[in-house]
Design a protein around this ligand. Structure first.
Ligand SMILES: [Zn+2]
Ligand SMILES: [Zn+2]
Length: 157
């Protein structure tokens, strides 16, 4: 059995999924854009797998008569899309999102026109920005690491 773990940025909420996750998608609809603060929402269905919250309790917003959107009340990370036919988890909240590549797009009538060209934009690496933003070299991350922890938060030095 494959085990997947993940959680929010601050680490107050953690989850665990046991089973095969084969339904990974992105949704371009306007509600998903808003709920994720993004151009589209990446979601992985956990239907048919064993899903459990292992730390904390998410908050939810009822975005329609059928759907709840779960998120961390402390840091705001979007976490779920909860419909009558099952729960989907925000793909980027998994500890290793690379394991769950999307295979289908939904709501393409809502697709923002530039979305298909994002990969054509010029890009830079973070370390290349040090000259323009010197604080980058001194950044200390308070983000929860990409694995389960027995205690969190760790003591800050
Ligand atoms: Zn959080
Ligand atoms: Zn949507």
């Amino acid at each position: 059995m494959t085990v997947y773990t993940g959680g929010c940025q601050c680490g107050a909420i953690r989850f665990r999924v046991e089973g095969e996750l084969s339904h990974s998608s992105i949704c371009h609809c306007r509600m998903c854009q808003k709920a994720f603060g993004g151009y589209y929402a990446p979601l992985v269905s956990v239907r048919g797998a064993d899903f459990e919250w292992t730390r904390g309790e998410r908050k939810t917003f009822r975005s329609s008569n059928f759907v709840d959107r779960g998120f961390c009340g402390d840091c705001g990370t979007p976490l779920t899309y909860e419909a009558p036919d099952g729960i989907a988890i925000a793909a980027g909240a998994f500890d290793d999102p690379a394991l769950l590549p999307p295979t289908i797009q939904y709501g393409i009538e809502g697709k923002l026109p530039f979305t298909d060209k994002l990969h054509e934009l010029p890009g830079t690496r973070t370390e290349d920005d040090v000259e323009t933003a010197p604080f980058i070299s001194e950044i200390v991350s308070y983000q929860h690491p990409d694995h389960d922890t027995t205690e969190w938060p760790e003591e800050r030095k």
